[in-house]
Design a protein around this ligand. Sequence first.
Ligand SMILES: Cc1cc2nc3c(=O)[nH]c(=O)nc-3n(C[C@H](O)[C@H](O)[C@H](O)COP(=O)(O)OP(=O)(O)OC[C@H]3O[C@@H](n4cnc5c(N)ncnc54)[C@H](O)[C@@H]3O)c2cc1C
Length: 459
Amino acid sequence: MTTIISTTKMKIVIIGGGFGGLKVARSLNNKAGFEIYLLDKYNYHQFQPLFYQVATAGLDPSNISFPLRKVFHKSRNVHFRMAEVKEIVVADNLPAPPREPIWAKESHVTGRQGKVVTDIGDFTYDVLVLATGADTNFFGNQNLIDNAFPMKSTVEAVRLRHRLIQNFEDALSAKNETELQRLMTVVVVGGGPTGVELSGAIADMRRFVLPKDYPELDFTKMKIYLLEGGPKILGAMSEKSSEDSLKYLQKLNVIVQINTVVKDYNGKIVTLQSGTTIESAMVIWAAGIKGNIPEGISKDLIVKGNRIKVDRFNKVSGFDNIYAVGDVAYMETEKYPNGHPQVASVAIQQGNLLAYNLRRMEMKSPHIKEFEYYDKGTMATVGRNLAVVDIPKPKLHIRGFLAWMMWMGLHLVLLLGVKNRLSVFSNWIYNYITYDQNLRLIFKEFYRPKSPFPSEGQT
Ligand SMILES: Cc1cc2nc3c(=O)[nH]c(=O)nc-3n(C[C@H](O)[C@H](O)[C@H](O)COP(=O)(O)OP(=O)(O)OC[C@H]3O[C@@H](n4cnc5c(N)ncnc54)[C@H](O)[C@@H]3O)c2cc1C
């Protein structure tokens, strides 16, 4: 299947309905002059900052996921397709279109079409926006890929939850002390916000929830490690945030080890670069990400972190109609000579500006703007009543209960959908009052293999 191009409207294909791609699509929603195809391999937007609460049974996956079709119920020009992109065929590799689109005359873009190849068919584009985000980077270690748990999608967060709880079920029938200790040891690798939040949330489970669920187990034996390769945790935040979060984790009895590099994990034993080993049945990998780049993008354009080099307009070097935003994009500016942090606010701001610039281009206006990141601050939560916040202007460091309230407020505001906000808020209130969550369910059916018979109409 190949979609037909309209010569009167600028046809934009956006790959990825995450923070960046969704922002572009929403900003161009119902804007005359644009025909938008939004493609994502999932049919929902994922709110990654709260994955760790799904993984630790604090929230239901549906609370932090939002159907992409629902966002565009009233749209006349945004079409969603659940499609996994396999390859980009850039304009230079396709024959020239029979006639130049009307909007392209004197515009910034030439109107040469390219093509996106997906598992449901091909989509031609006048303008392509890559907003494919990033995936876990295991640095090519096959043992880690096979045995450690990543957390870069809702499905992975649910899998993690399943194993976390299953290990305590298994611990009840452990054959010996070594096996029991292994099942009751959790190792989180990576001391960035994800690692800190996860280890803190698991420590809260050990404090308030697990001893009630498993009264036959001795939870003084449960060990939670947070291993960080660098010299401090929350390395991208202020010194104070790093120190405070360390104090909080130590208060929660998390064993934090800095300058500690994980070399291998075989499903039972974690081997550190120092040669030391830790027996654990649960290793969570939060130690690196790499950009998701579809086939067809020249290797010359890919820079560190597997990101695509873009200019200050988010335009991919060497193209006039391909853009990249968010985690997959690498832009150097005076303020950010090593690229921007891979966080939601960068993706949202880039998506917003790109939509603005595309509108200007469609109007043939020469006034397009360069991207400048406005950093409103960084935050991380460690556990109940414990969080750290850094605000750059005015320079402020906030910690403890106030920071925790700020963290919750901001995440509620950013979450998509009123129902999701209400569900998350009521869950948080319930958890706060009862010191409990009630989502510790193990859906074994989750692992059922896919039907071998493709449904009708599928290619
Ligand atoms: C656990 C965790 C916690 C985080 N916490 C925070 C936080 O507290 N604050 C913060 O600011 N940031 C946080 N981040 C980072 C933030 O989520 C990302 O920076 C942000 O999601 C990037 O937005 P994006 O649009 O570039 O990519 P994403 O939001 O990742 O969206 C990419 C989309 O592309 C789709 N996609 C990818 N490949 C294909 C393909 N081949 N075909 C079709 N679709 C495809 C994916 O399904 C996805 O929907 C966190 C990230 C994680 C993993």
